[in-house]
Design a protein around this ligand. Sequence first.
Ligand code: SF4
Length: 125
Amino acid sequence: METKAAIDENTIYNIIKETGGSGITLQQLSSNLGLPSKQISLILRKLIEKKKIAKRAIKENGKSVIKYFALEDYDSQVIYIKLDEVINTPCFTCKNLFKCGNGSYISPQSCYKLSEWIFKSINSA
Ligand code: SF4
């Protein structure tokens, strides 16, 4: 069973999706749904966090207007990436792999092997 918040999120997402490339403003959503804009703002923020919609400033009749647009459904997208270069990353054969991490003494930010590999990859591209 869906919660009230989930139903509201889906309803708002579907309305935004139906607008396609035109997008919709907060005020339009508020008036269409008969809900206070503050309540809709909270739901919009959750949808943005879930990367289901995007908030963009666009020019309409010379004025800047904030509108919401539906993003592609990432769950249904297939993304192909070439792993030829990635497979040669020094991390795959590094003895420090399990000690290495952001904020650790050994980290990708301070690793000369990784930096060297990145620079070689850039230069050979
Ligand atoms: S970033 Fe450097 S130290 Fe960390 S796993 Fe990769 S090669 Fe090893």
